[in-house]
Design a binder for this molecule. Structure first.
Ligand code: HEM
Length: 215
């Protein structure tokens, strides 16, 4: 599909991403979008709206190197903040040996669960936890693969998600490419996330229309 710049189209951005085949790099990013939004519950759209309406550094580049990504940490902070706010609902472990936790003996066979979603709402670790504040990630040593204290979206211990840095790098690249290619205008107010979909596939609590065009 060869799309002339600025031509208006009726299909959604997601439809467009899934069907384009003109550029050898694009189909993978379309699929990645689907994977990220459907499988990992990351509100990339929120992140796009935020960056698209607050940042002005995007040019017409269509190729992005790892060095380029280092120059735009703000996009990465937005991604980390999106992951923090919409982290997985629970990480589960089966107890194999009884052990004492405070005053309780936890018997073997029990399931222990940690909720990254709720843990990320702990004000001791994240001030104004419900707010989308990408700047809080400035303190994290992301270049050296360090997270913020209290951030457990990828679990922990020896079974911590082995795909975490790959996932973050791909999202960083994907969001950056989308913003290089498209310009977004927000036509509605930014909706709240639907309370019926706290984890899993995200949905807004009301329609949110965004106009997009080729840069
Ligand atoms: C933003 C995206 C992602 C999130 C939020 C995420 C989150 C998680 C979480 C919470 C766990 C459980 C960790 C634990 O039990 O302590 C996990 C495990 C795992 N993840 Fe991810 N993940 C993501 C992307 C990926 C990707 C892209 C891959 C593969 C390329 C991947 C591969 C795995 C595997 C293989 C495990 C099982 C590890 C084990 O049990 O030893 N994940 N992930």
């Amino acid at each position: 599909v060869d799309i002339p710049s600025n031509e208006s189209r009726s299909e959604t951005l997601l439809q467009y991403l899934v069907t384009i085949i003109a550029d050898k790099f694009q189909p993978n990013y379309g699929l990645l979008m689907l994977w990220a939004s459907l499988a990992n519950a990351i509100p990339v759209s929120h992140c796009l709206i935020h960056i698209g309406t607050t940042e002005d550094y995007l040019s017409k580049n269509t190729r992005v190197s790892l060095d380029d990504l280092q120059e735009i940490p703000y996009v990465k902070w937005c991604i980390m903040e999106a992951i923090r706010l919409r982290a997985p609902g629970a990480v589960t472990r089966r107890v194999v040996r009884p052990f004492k936790l405070q005053n309780y003996i936890i018997p073997s066979g029990d399931l222990l669960m940690l909720s990254p979603f709720w843990a990320h709402r702990e004000p001791r670790y994240f001030t104004d936890p419900e707010d989308f504040k990408p700047e809080r990630w400035e303190k994290a040593d992301l270049r050296k693969n360090g997270f913020l204290e209290g951030f457990v979206a990828f679990g922990g211990g020896k079974n911590q998600c082995p795909g975490r840095w790959y996932a973050i790098m791909e999202l960083h690249l994907f969001v950056t490419l989308i913003l290089y290619k498209f310009e977004f205008t927000l036509l509605d107010q930014v909706p709240e996330p639907s309370l019926l979909h706290l984890v899993g596939t995200q949905q807004p609590d009301r329609p949110c229309t965004v106009e997009y065009s080729h840069r």
